[in-house]
Design a protein around this ligand. Structure first.
Ligand SMILES: Nc1ncnc2c1ncn2[C@@H]1O[C@H](COP(=O)(O)OP(=O)(O)OP(=O)(O)O)[C@@H](O)[C@H]1O
Ligand SMILES: [Mg+2]
Length: 331
């Protein structure tokens, strides 16, 4: 079967030149093998630096792999990069609209990019009209992009990715930096692109709930490797017996000693993370039973003289999945 995207031990090693000529190697993507079916909504989930953007950039022929290869719509990224590019649309969320010309209006931006994509003029005009309509930008088409909200800029960038009508879309964090309403709106549009127009979508995010809501299948990436590849229901099932609590610490003499004491409690499975908030230190723990754990932890902290402002149950997060997967030794 031919897949929309298929990778074969795809690997990228960056070489960072340090001072005094020393070299540091960063294995950003490490022998990744994924298969995405035509028409699938595929999620790539992972923390900062996991390798999501690097993987997508190789598939979009923006950077070359160090090792391995991939096929996009049946075309090899190394041997047929021009054909690969004609089949895909790329969206990079972190730019926050920077890749548009802010002193041009939406339709002129789209005309310019259609020209770069070699879309014939009459086809381009029809498509631009349809895209402005689809993304609800028709009435603002003459407004300069600099006067657009972030959500509107994102919609113009999505339209731009679709100008040459590619069957496959790489959407790298399209909801980053958006307020809740615009994020909901963007998710709805992506879903429509998939269900109504049949586009294959490869979508990246840090947000587990967003990915779960949209994607039929989720690959979890960490340190350049795929550590899980399953439908959301399967991942959810893995988290069924994960119970987590968060402790908000206001004052503590020795945080590492405190964490050690908490870890040694039999009710605590694992201290998942410790992070600093503006006023406090947040410690996240996985426990067997949160209702049983909360009073035991509270009294332990009291005996240690730690000042706590809150202890609460917490929804399972991406970190919890990582801990679970790593613990089970999933490759
Ligand atoms: N051009 C580069 N030169 C050197 N190292 C790089 C380069 N691009 C990425 N990296 C490194 O490769 C690793 C993977 O980065 P990448 O941007 O692919 O991660 P990501 O999963 O997209 O992260 P984020 O969620 O923050 O977008 C990181 O360690 C990053 O520092
Ligand atoms: Mg990224």
């Amino acid at each position: 079967m031919e897949y929309a995207v298929e990778t074969f031990d795809l690997t990228k090693v960056f070489v960072d030149k340090e001072k005094k000529g020393a070299e540091r190697y960063v294995k950003a993507v490490d022998h990744v093998n994924i298969k995405v079916k035509h028409g699938e909504f595929f999620g790539l989930l992972g923390p900062n630096g996991a390798g999501k953007t690097t993987l997508i950039k190789m598939l979009c022929t923006i950077i070359l792999p160090t090792e391995g290869t991939a096929k996009v719509n049946g075309y090899d990224i190394l041997k047929e990069p021009v054909k690969v590019r004609s089949c895909l649309g790329w969206f990079h969320g972190e730019t926050g609209g920077r890749s548009l010309y802010w002193r041009l209006n939406a339709e002129d931006n789209l005309r310019f990019y259609a020209y770069l994509q070699n879309v014939p003029k009459d086809v381009a005009e029809k498509r631009i009209n349809a895209l402005l309509e689809f993304f609800e930008l028709s009435k603002d088409r003459k407004k300069l992009v600099k006067d657009y909200s972030t959500g509107m800029k994102v919609r113009v960038m999505l339209a731009r990715a679709l100008l040459h009508n590619p069957p496959i879309l790489f959407m790298d964090e399209p909801t980053i930096g958006l307020d809740t309403i615009s994020a909901v709106e963007t998710r709805k549009l992506l879903k429509a692109l998939n269900t109504e127009l049949g586009k294959t979508i490869i979508f990246t995010s840090h947000n587990m709930f967003e990915v779960e809501q949209l994607c039929e299948r989720i690959a979890i990436m960490k340190d350049g490797r795929i550590i899980a590849d399953a439908p959301p229901s399967v991942l959810r099932e893995m988290l069924r017996d994960v119970h987590a609590i968060e402790i908000e610490i206001r004052e503590v003499n020795n945080i590492s000693e405190t964490i050690q004491s908490l870890s040694s409690l039999s009710i605590v499975r694992k201290v998942v993370e410790t992070r600093n908030d503006s006023l406090s230190i947040i410690v996240r723990l996985q426990v067997d039973d949160e209702y049983e754990a909360i009073p035991i932890i509270a009294s332990k902290l009291r005996s240690l003289g730690v000042k706590v402002s809150a202890i609460r149950r917490s929804e399972p997060t991406l970190e919890d999945i990582f801990v679970r997967l790593t613990k089970e030794g999933a490759a």
